[in-house]
Write a protein that binds this ligand. Sequence first.
Ligand SMILES: N[C@@H](CCC(=O)N[C@@H](CS)C(=O)NCC(=O)O)C(=O)O
Length: 372
Amino acid sequence: MNNRLLPAVLALVVGLLAGFLLYPMFAGGDEAAPAVAASDDADPQAEAAPLPVVTSRSTLDLVRERGYVRCGVSQGLPGFSNPNDSGDWSGIDVDLCRAVAAAVFGDADKSRYTPLSAKERFTALQSGEIDVLTRNTTWSLTRDTALGLDFVGINYYDGQGFMVRKELGVKSVMELDGAVVCTNTGTTTELNVADFFRSNGLAYSIVAFEKSDEVVAAYDAGRCDAFTTDASGLYSERLKLADYNDHVVLPEIISKEPLGPAVRQGDDQWADIVRWSLFAMVEAEELGVTSKNAGDMRTTQNPAIRRLLGVEGAFGQNLGIPNDWAYKIITQVGNYGESFERGVGVNTPLGIPRGLNALWKDGGLQYSPPVR
Ligand SMILES: N[C@@H](CCC(=O)N[C@@H](CS)C(=O)NCC(=O)O)C(=O)O
């Protein structure tokens, strides 16, 4: 054999063998798949080898065959993903999952939810237990490259903040020298705390739990001086405190936390479907298309709206789904602004202003590439 071809042939043989052995882990079927070790992000220096993704069947095929989309969500973060007493989930991360179901099936209700702790979430996606992770998860380089996953958008631009008891009289994080800080394990939060306190020459100790309710309980019981997480999480978790008027959120934001959906790496079509389901919601808001007026808008002469609603063109077909995919998302879930206001906006208990999550034309960062 030509010596120059030998390495290529060997690589092919090894690749095929690895594919054969690893297929069951990534096939995404309903059968219990062996868990694949996920970095819990606790050590940013940890070497994490890229995980090969070997699928013979597309996620879209598997989802269609099953009849519903499986989304990984938080264990209960009001406004983002939270179950009510009847077990029905709601929030902006749930809306994103419902949007994917509406795009694929024309029915947002064809979606199911798996509550996951921060630590469990990546393994659940890698092993095929879920089809998409829609769980206040920060897009970082390590997560995007070393875990066999792909982040496909940002549905909430966030940053990390701190909350303290008012009676401490603390006005700034710079006054937290020597503080005991409560947070969640397996999060970027833990890593940022270490960076922040070290780089500012401040001493600290951390009390971390896997479950958020444990973190909240520990903070509420006075086991720590400060509670730190994504600012969105502070808005949400403080509703669980005995009396949230006794607490104050400090003004500093110490990190960038772009929260968005992730899928398994290597299935571009599925990544496109999730990415464009989010974009369709943002584009609809920009074009003034809402859940209420989308039906009437189908007769508009505005070409951008006609394309979005599937009246013109075959944009759904290019994604492998029906051409009225975005119409179904908008009528059943709403546009991005409607979802934001319903889940976390100023008129909800969370009371979050749009801020960075306003549309680009209103000074925010939410922006969809054109549907054309
Ligand atoms: N965005 C950060 C933090 C995510 C996180 O797990 N935050 C906690 C605190 S807000 C949480 O989601 N709690 C709700 C839960 O675990 O169900 C990350 O991706 O690491």
